[in-house]
Design a protein around this ligand. Sequence first.
Ligand code: IPE
Ligand code: IPE
Ligand code: MG
Length: 244
Amino acid sequence: MTASASDPAQALVPRHVAIIMDGNGRWAKQRGRPRTFGHAEGVEALRRTVEAAGDLGVRYLTVFGFSTENWRRPVEEVNALFDLLRLYVARDLDKLVREGVRVRVIGERQGLQHDIAAIIEDAETRSVRNDKLNLTIAFNYGGQDEIVRAARKLAEEAIARRVAPKDIDPALFEARLDTVDLPPPDLLVRTSGESRLSNFMLWQSAYAELVFLDVLWPDFGRPALEEAIALYARRERRYGRSDA
Ligand code: IPE
Ligand code: IPE
Ligand code: MG
């Protein structure tokens, strides 16, 4: 069966695109530059991608900016990545709010520096009435960490007798995830040629279409996003059924 734009599950343009922005370090290395140079160029790619996603009619764009495992990197690189989040919000938030973008950040907030937590809250509050494009930044995010935090919340609710264990089902569980307001991703893209999820949206990607592109993240932009969407449009989504 061919995809039809009227059925949201089969729409040619995915409602929710999630991207693992990978390959900044390799991009910089190819140019004999420090990894942080690649990360800075990665912000330019993010700007292009947000704009292109809005133009193409994508409603939800979720990007992986910093994983719970990225703390294993040298402290200078970790600091540079945090600085880039500060810079991105400082430079782009006004424009994003003006253009109708709703900004959310998912991931573990506890333990983040106070100014980062404040920046995140400000971005979310200022854009809360927008809904043209939902931009979600996964920062200090790990799929396993998110699932464990949700399980912990449910355990606490069960002890407080607000939830009965027999009532726990996927919907109840999902409502405790960081992505509570978001539909599941339809298309999950990873750049840089690696074919793994690296702990990104493990629960939410159960039925996402996966696209792995050979482009390094700093080279990403409208053409690469269009390529990923074209590959998506040719996929047949079945959700366990024997036909689509
Ligand atoms: C992606 O690029 C950015 C983050 C993980 C924060 P990398 O820094 O992982 O670049 P490669 O994979 O080493 O090339
Ligand atoms: C995943 O990329 C994390 C982000 C893109 C933020 P990594 O570069 O950290 O993943 P691995 O270590 O290659 O699996
Ligand atoms: Mg990488």
